[in-house]
Design a protein around this ligand. Structure first.
Ligand code: ZN
Length: 276
């Protein structure tokens, strides 16, 4: 089963808004999943998390969330590294209470270091974070994201190597991969290869529960500039959906278009028309 998630609360959510109202609005629109955006900060309120959980269970909504942007698991500054790890652990812990399945994390910046040195630093930080899994987030996935700029840690291979070691699965963002390579990764063949690579690293039917991001994207030689609505971009998004259908990909595709619920429904409707 593949869900299409709105990235944050729908724009049509009645005021005063909030995640619970947003879940009701998304459900009313016919959307079955949401990525909750904790990109500025993680709300450390267990009662609110329980309310999110009971609402999502009642409406049968599949939940993911996005951890704060202010994370660099490759920071050489001990205070910044510790704060980064804490933000990720907080997001995972609150996700556990809220019934969120997977937390998207932007792992790190290279800061001019050799990628293998950065890799080892990120790996160590992930090991420190994962020590808390049994106690704080036994049922939540840490989804290290594939990133859109060459200065950012997060090629598909990097996030897969770490994920394999810790029994987790990454957040795969083909739009970021498209931007990072200044225009590649936008065809059936390349997406097939992407899924083959993904499956080759991870155990047991990994395509059955994926955490995917997708949107149109503006890019140049330095990679990602900003996200775009599907119709304003060069993304061959209908072909991408065909690949997902053909390969039986399950889990959730978070639509990160600025058109939020409109493009989420566009993808969901197009996918429903495909014959599997
Ligand atoms: Zn992201």
């Amino acid at each position: 089963m593949l869900h299409f998630a709105v990235a944050g609360i729908p724009t049509t959510t009645p005021s005063p808004g909030g995640t619970v109202e947003g879940l009701h609005e998304a459900h009313r629109l016919g959307i079955t999943a949401m990525e909750i955006e904790w990109v500025q900060r993680v709300p450390l309120n267990p009662d609110r998390m329980k309310e999110i959980r009971s609402t999502a269970e009642k409406l049968d909504m599949y939940l993911t969330c996005h951890a704060p942007y202010y994370v660099n698991l490759n920071s050489p500054e001990p205070a910044k590294l510790a704060a980064s790890k804490k933000r990720v652990i907080d997001a995972l812990s609150m996700a556990e209470i809220a019934g969120i399945k997977s937390v998207c994390v932007h792992p790190a910046f290279y800061l001019g270091m050799d990628p293998e040195v950065a890799f080892e630093n990120v790996r160590k930080a992930v090991a420190d974070i994962m020590k808390f899994k049994p106690k704080l987030f036994p049922n939540v996935n840490l989804g290290l994201e594939t990133m859109g700029k060459p200065t950012q840690f997060g090629t598909l291979e990097e996030v897969l190597r770490i994920s394999k070691e810790f029994g987790i699965y990454p957040t795969v963002d083909p739009a970021h991969m498209h931007a990072r390579t200044n225009g590649l990764i936008n065809s059936t063949k390349e997406w097939e290869e992407m899924l083959d690579t993904y499956a080759s690293y991870l155990a047991k039917d990994p395509l059955k529960q994926m955490h995917i991001h997708f949107s149109g994207i503006a890019y140049g030689p330095k990679g990602e500039k900003h996200h775009l609505p599907l119709v304003e971009s060069d993304a061959k998004w209908k072909d991408f959906l065909k690949v997902l259908k053909k390969r039986g990909v399950g889990g959730t595709v978070v639509c990160e278009s600025p058109m939020l619920e409109k493009d989420t429904l566009k993808m969901k409707k197009e996918y429903a028309l495909l014959n599997g």
